[in-house]
Design a protein around this ligand. Structure first.
Ligand SMILES: C[S@@+](CC[C@H](N)C(=O)[O-])C[C@H]1O[C@@H](n2cnc3c(N)ncnc32)[C@H](O)[C@@H]1O
Length: 505
């Protein structure tokens, strides 16, 4: 029989809490025990500690596991536990760093092209990991819960079992509040990200997390309250576990795209300049990465989290690289077809055929815009006489079109480019409005904690909006130049034509 103790007590979510003493103030006010029957022979006793205020509202619950990442709290215990659990000696150590608060720093000279890290599979958390509460794992598998919700539930289950879980040292070193847009309230998203399409992505993501939790609750948790008590498995804890997954889960291409939490490897921060990714190395049988540059002792070592825009990095990881430093940066431009368009219904129908909608978002980069966006613009400006081309345009606007041929409609090009320019300029003015107002925004808050949070979120939003607006300014410049060329070309053609006409008069 395994003796396991689940702990959960309430505390207000502090955004930037500097000491751990605030946690000590939130002592559990009473304990009760729940007997979890994993099987007749193997019953797990899980003692749940709760406070009275738990019963008031699930929303008031806060995460009591993990730590504040602005300190090295729990980092040495994590390193010790990792080496006791089979992590070989490493050329890096967890330290406080300039970029990313905690990170891995070189202990010795590291050469370019070296295989670094090596985390063995026994230290991965995957959908196949053993549950400390095996019955809970069996129930989820019986319902064929997919990897992400399964891992989110697993993490909460192990976190609540504290020292009884083999992951206790790992979980204690995870951020108590992962930085991600999941933690922004709807009012904060509206206030700071009104200009950016990332706001919509964040709303979609939050809706998905809430939907996934509700689905699990209705289908599984409510039917097995002894295994999944609401004091522990609630929306707040799911936001935490999904926040952890969004910011730390890795996909391992060489393991058939398996997703895993890889302790130690997940202490590496991202750099836009670095081109190296974590993957499973079949020959050494562990997660490694190959350095694409050399490092000196004391230097922070980085990997790439993938070719992500600044908005995507904010969405999942809660940070924004400096404007102009991310070669994969892009901004989403939302295009729409006017309801007053004579062919609105036909255009909507062909777009739907290809999985597109009105409005539709397209990524724009500093180097230009995709052929799909141009195809959508052609469709938006096409007159009824071109209705036989609508389907082709919609197909090209979708990324389902594999041939990716550039559509050419010389007679429509000027209209289409003007349409993109108008949308681009409308978007630029939204950013300008926010950036102008942001200076004086939110200085009226009295509580230092609230002020701290608001200034932090506002700075992230200003950084994001500055980088997104910069891309749009570049597109505006290219579009204006192209339109000018078309117009001057037309003018030249007209002058030549008039010259011929005069000649024949
Ligand atoms: C996989 S974890 C890396 C370890 C993390 N720094 C920690 O202390 O737990 C990802 C998180 O690290 C931080 N991070 C990673 N790269 C960063 C960067 N370039 N700038 C700022 N924060 C970064 C973000 O908070 C992100 O959510």
């Amino acid at each position: 029989m395994v003796e396991a103790s689940r702990a959960f007590h309430t505390a207000p979510i502090g955004f930037i809490s500097t000491t751990s003493s605030s946690r000590l103030l939130n002592k559990p006010t009473h304990h009760h025990s729940v007997r979890l029957r994993s099987s007749r022979r193997n019953a797990i006793r899980c003692s749940i500690s709760t406070s009275d205020s738990n019963k008031l509202s699930v929303k008031q619950n806060a995460i009591t596991w993990g730590c504040e990442v602005d300190s090295l709290e729990n980092a040495s215990d994590l390193q010790k536990w990792l080496s006791d659990s089979g992590l070989p000696p490493q050329k890096m150590a967890i330290e406080k760093v300039e970029v990313g608060e905690r990170g891995l720093v070189a202990l010795t000279n590291i050469r370019k092209g070296e295989k670094l890290l090596f985390v063995p599979p026994s230290l991965f958390i995957t959908s196949d990991s053993e549950w400390t509460c095996p019955e809970a794992g069996r129930v989820l598998r019986r319902y064929s819960v997919p990897d992400w919700p399964l891992l989110a539930t697993y993490l909460i289950s192990e976190a609540s079992l504290m020292k009884s879980s083999r992951w206790s040292n790992y979980i204690s070193a995870l951020p108590r509040q992962p930085y991600s847009l999941l933690y922004w309230t709807p009012a904060e998203l509206d206030r700071y990200l009104e200009a950016s399409q990332i706001r919509e992505r964040a709303v979609e993501r939050i809706t998905n997390v809430v939907g996934t939790y509700n689905d699990l609750r209705l289908r599984i948790f409510n039917k097995h309250p002894e295994l999944f008590p609401e004091e522990i498995f609630n929306l707040e804890t799911f936001k935490w576990s999904f926040g952890i997954l969004f910011s730390r889960l890795v996909r391992l291409p060489s393991m058939n795209d398996k997703v895993a939490l890889v302790p130690w490897a997940d202490m590496l921060n991202h750099s836009c300049e670095v081109q190296t990714f974590l993957d499973y190395d079949k020959s050494s049988q562990g997660v490694v990465f190959t350095t694409d540059r050399q490092y000196q002792p004391g230097e922070q070592v980085f990997i790439s989290y993938g070719k992500k825009s600044n908005g995507e990095l904010l969405l999942s990881y809660g940070f924004v690289p400096r404007a102009g430093t991310n070669p994969n940066d892009s901004v989403e431009l939302s295009l729409s077809i006017s309801k007053s368009d004579k062919c609105y219904n036909e255009k909507l129908a062909v777009l739907r055929m290809y999985g597109l909608s009105i409005p539709q978002r397209f990524p724009v980069q500093i180097t230009g815009w995709p052929v799909e966006l141009m195809a959508y613009a052609y469709l938006a400006v096409s007159p009824p006489s071109m209705s036989n081309e609508f389907e082709k345009m919609a197909s090209s606007a979708s990324n389902k079109n594999t041939s990716k041929k550039d559509l050419q409609y010389p007679d429509l090009e000027e209209l289409a480019l003007q349409f993109i320019l108008d949308n681009c300029e409308a978007s630029i003015s939204k950013y300008s409005k926010f950036l102008q107002q942001s200076g004086s925004m939110d200085l009226d808050v009295k509580s230092p904690k609230q002020l701290n949070r608001r200034l932090f979120l506002k700075q992230l939003a200003v950084d994001l909006c500055t980088s997104e607006q910069r891309i749009l300014f570049r597109s505006q410049y290219i579009l204006r130049r192209r339109l000018r060329d078309i117009k001057s070309g037309e003018l030249k053609a007209l002058t030549i034509f008039n010259g011929f006409r005069n000649l024949f008069k």
